[in-house]
Ligand binder design. Structure first.
Ligand code: F0G
Length: 379
């Protein structure tokens, strides 16, 4: 197979975007963040994740399109939440808090537990019973959080966390905490710094809608500071069984195999709609079948293992491609390459059960050379 040259104009990235002695998102983007000399910086060196040129997907999109994958699964706890958590925990420390709390479909709790452990704080987590992936549960447990499984969904758990943190001296670290959004916006800075400009389009999953809010805030701030000259079109994707924004009303019992985005009443609903409308984008939905197809494609064609919720971005990309969306709305002259970033929010190892369920289990075979050679087609 011919390996494409990484230095072709279509896939080229800014060489100045490599950073020696990297110290995490707060140090790198300090001037854009609400920190002072008094803020203790609690970091696990999150951020600085790769933006990977997607050969297969770019080819699928066709001439004049280049697809890049922002692999957020390579953050310290395996998801984008670490960008926001370094800010939320650092500020909680600065404010003298000794306990933090969140509701979570798994990744927020894994991240909160790790950063709270690093800061020496107590961490309390409410998760929807039986509805979070095993890898995520193992993380919050091993980091020493107090994990309570609520007999209800994420929305009910978040409501309880809001109530408790409003009454007791415990800091809320869900994305309703504005510092979470501040930290998460650094991902859009990284994309712009790597590409040398904003992408034409950005595709991402939407759950509680904090991340789309954060990215859009980041892009707008970079434009205001004249680091970029134009803004991307924001394209958000919910899972079909958990698509309150698309349907225009909360979903009482959201359902999807993408457990991370199984949310029926997103906290940042209005901000997500603002990102959509201000950017001229859309929020649409993809079925579990489309999510699983994208999940397998990413692993088998791009070499990237993500959790199902992350694959919703690529499922959305493929859905829009089928509708000829990108060609219809792209205004650039035909000789120019339009760049599309897809945000891959969490690592595939978070949810290994899903991978094994999606593919056939390995065949059991006798420890016999001949039998193996026959099996692999060499005899
Ligand atoms: N992708 C993954 C892997 C997630 O864990 C989440 C959210 C999202 C996408 C959606 O991001 O909520 O900002 O719109 N996970 C939260 C959690 C809800 O508790 O870990 P969002």
């Amino acid at each position: 197979m011919k390996i494409p040259n990484p230095n072709t104009t279509k896939s080229k990235i800014n060489p100045k975007s490599q950073i020696p002695n990297y110290e995490g998102v707060i140090k790198r983007y300090r001037e854009y963040l609400p920190v002072t000399n008094k803020t203790p910086i609690i970091t696990l060196k999150e951020g600085n994740t790769p933006l990977i040129y997607a050969n297969y997907l770019s080819k699928m999109l066709g001439k004049n399109f280049a697809v890049y994958l922002k692999y957020e699964g390579l953050n310290p706890t395996g998801s984008f939440k670490d960008r926001g958590m370094t800010m939320a925990i650092s500020k909680a420390c600065e404010e003298g808090s000794s306990a933090v709390m969140c509701a979570s479909t798994g990744n927020t709790s894994a991240s909160a537990a790790a950063y709270a452990a690093k800061a020496g704080m107590k961490c309390i987590v409410l998760i929807p019973k039986g509805a979070i992936a095993l890898g995520k549960l193992s993380q919050s447990l091993i980091h020493g959080a107090q994990v309570l499984a609520v007999d209800g969904n994420f929305d009910a758990a978040l409501e309880l966390v809001r109530e408790i943190t409003a009454k007791y001296p415990i800091t809320l670290v869900n994305s309703l905490n504005p510092y979470r959004i501040e930290g998460q916006k650094t991902a859009s800075f990284e994309i712009c710094d790597t590409l040398g400009s904003a992408p034409g389009f950005q595709v991402m999953p939407v759950g509680n809608a904090g991340n789309i809010t954060a990215y859009w805030k980041g892009y707008k701030e970079y434009k205001a500071k004249k680091k970029i000259t134009r803004l991307p079109v924001m394209l958000g994707f919910q899972a079909e069984g958990a698509a309150p924004i698309v349907r225009g009303h909360p979903i009482k019992e959201p359902q999807t195999i993408a457990t991370a985005i199984r949310i029926g009443n997103p906290a940042s609903w209005l901000q997500a709609e603002a990102a959509r409308d201000e950017s001229g984008g859309l929020i649409d939905m993809v079925s579990d079948k489309q999510i699983l197809a994208a999940y397998k494609l990413l692993a088998s064609k791009e070499g990237i293992f993500v959790e199902p919720a992350s694959a919703a971005s690529v499922a959305g990309l493929l859905k829009l491609k089928k509708e000829n969306y990108f060609r219809r709305v792209t205004k650039s002259p035909s000789h120019q390459v339009t760049r599309i970033t897809c945000i891959l929010t969490g690592h595939g190892l978070k949810d290994p059960d899903r991978a094994i369920k999606s593919i056939k289990e390995p065949r059991v075979i006798k420890p016999n050379l001949k039998a193996i050679l026959r099996e692999i087609g060499y005899a």
